[in-house]
Design a binder for this molecule. Sequence first.
Ligand code: NAD
Length: 238
Amino acid sequence: MNNTPIRLLIHGASGRMGQALLRLAAEDASLQVVAAVVRKPPTQRVVEGIPYFAASELAGVPAFDVAIDFSLPEGLDPVLALCAERGVGLVSGTTGISDAQQAALNSAAGRIALVWATNFSLGVAVLAELVERAAQALPGWDCDIVESHHVHKKDAPSGTALTLGESAVQGGAAPRYASLRAGDIIGEHFVQFTGLGERVELVHRATSRDIFARGALHAARQLAGRAAGRYRVRDLLG
Ligand code: NAD
C-alpha cells in the first residue's frame, strides 16, 4: 500500500470554501496541502505550516499532485494552465465560468485528469436525478427553479441551478429560474413542477459548506494518478 500523501494546491484559499478545504484536509493523513494560493500577496507567508502564495506567484509554487480551485471565474484560467503545464490533476468548483472556459477545460482534458462541477454534494447529485425523472413523468407541467444564496455570491442563477435545469431539459421540461440573495444562506435549490390543480416540490438545503469541501477532497483523492480526461463527480464516487 502506498502511504505517501497526495500533495494538494488549494486555489482560492482565503475564501469561504478555501478555508473549509484547508480545515478538512488537515484532518486527513492521506492529504498534504503544499501550497495555498490567494488573490493578493499574503500578509503571512506560512500559516499553520502551509506556505501561502499570491495568484501572481503561481509559476513558483512547489510540486503538487492535484490542484483544488474554488476561486472566481478569472482565477480558473491561470490555475488550469499551470496544471496542464505540470501534467497534474485539477478539481474545480468555481461557478459562473464562460463557454470559452468550458472549451479550455475540454481541451486540457486531453492532457490531464480534471473534474469541474457546480456542486460536489451527494444530495444534489440525487436531486438532479429526481428532477429528470419528474420532468419525464410530468410532460407539459411548468418547471421553476428557485435558488437562494448568501449576499456575497456573484453569479446568478447559481451553477447548481443551471445543472438542475439541464436535468429538467433532459427530461423534456423547459425550466425558468429565479434567484434570491439574502443573509448568510449557504445554498438552497427548490424545483417546482406545477400542473392544473397540483404541484410537486423538490428541495435541497445545504446547511454546511463542508459537504462541498468533502466532495472536492474526495474527488482529488480519486483523481490523483488517473488517466487524462474530463471526469464527472459521479465517475469518482467509488
Ligand atoms: P469567496 O469569495 O469566499 O472566495 C474566493 C476566493 O478566491 C478568495 O480566496 C479569493 O482571494 C480567491 N480569488 C479571487 N480571484 C482570484 C484569482 N484571480 N486568482 C486566485 N484566487 C482568486 O468565495 P467562495 O464562497 O469560497 O466560493 C468560491 C467559488 O466556489 C465560487 O465560484 C462559488 O460559486 C463556488 N462554489 C462552488 C461549490 C461547488 O460545490 N462546486 C460550492 C460552494 C461554492
